[in-house]
Design a protein around this ligand. Sequence first.
Ligand code: PLP
Length: 369
Amino acid sequence: MAAELKAKGVRVVDFGAGEPDFDSPSVAVEKARLSLAEGFTKYTPAAGLTDLRHALLERYRRDFGTPWRELEEVVITVGAKAALFELALALYDHGDEVIIPSPSWVTFAEQVRFCGALPVPVETSADDGFRIHADAVLGALSGATRAILLNSPCNPTGGMLAGDDLRRIVEVAADRDLVVIADETYERFVYDQSSFPSCAALAAEFPNTVLLVGSFSKTYAMTGWRVGYLLGPPEVLGSVAAIQSHATSNPTSFAMTGALAALNGAEDDVAAMIEEFRCRRDLVVAGLNRLSGVSCKPPSGAFYAFPRVSDCYANGQGSLEFASFLLDEAGVAVVPGVAFGADDHIRISFTCSREELDEGLGRIERALA
Ligand code: PLP
């Protein structure tokens, strides 16, 4: 609907996008350009470029002391989405249960269902900033549980797992021979703590339990390049690599050389981008809390505010109708919370300039008035 309005010439303030508004790092662009010019345009190994795989093994070893050393322990995928999907195909059978803290990114449950397995949502609460608690997650275990899928920082809530909760979950999962899939796509978008409790830090202790999913999409503003990855035990990754070899083959060759250049040389770009997101987060949260009927805790991570807006609903309205109202009356596009399993909320991406955030918040205020 927002796209239709834009096509008609209406100026829509778009709070819907799930991607940074920054340019991809110039080192990545230049490297990809060079790769094309040099004819690096053929198939690579199906599990991805060897140099990039070595670089990721090294990055995780250096940052988190991970045990992964061999090429068989890392697969480059067509975005984190493909890593998660190939993992789902490799792991889940009909009737398996997969525990997913909720509200959650829409794709998780769909991929689980696609494989005939059952997503088991575990509610997190706005009251404590949508923290993921080990007790709640472990309370959902059953004899049919196959995996626990954690997304910290979380899309759409920005909620995170504390280190001790994460450890308890992984310990119990290891005891029961389950896997913990950690989608750390937003690992660098962390605002209130100096270090991020990554599941990767537990991989040395629990090498058969931890499966780590990451992406170049958000960290390096490279969503369209489609480069993500998966690290974990070679038995599982062997299946994933086999599936990938029959599904997509390798991710795009020159996108992977660009990703490698970003990994090695774009730290300043990343730091500057995160700093800007921190300012925007503070701005958007303050602006939202000034609106009558709206309440929003500052998200600990990612780049979404997930305010509770149900006090603004007219009779019979849910988040979908409210999002339509905002689009029609204010020309502001947001994502209805019902998509993520939270109908009292909407998702606002702060992936636009501070001026646009001000403009959009002002429009919402006038429409609500
Ligand atoms: N995981 C989460 C939680 C996401 O929000 C997204 C994208 O929105 C992805 C994975 C997919 O990322 P990619 O672009 O690497 O496929």
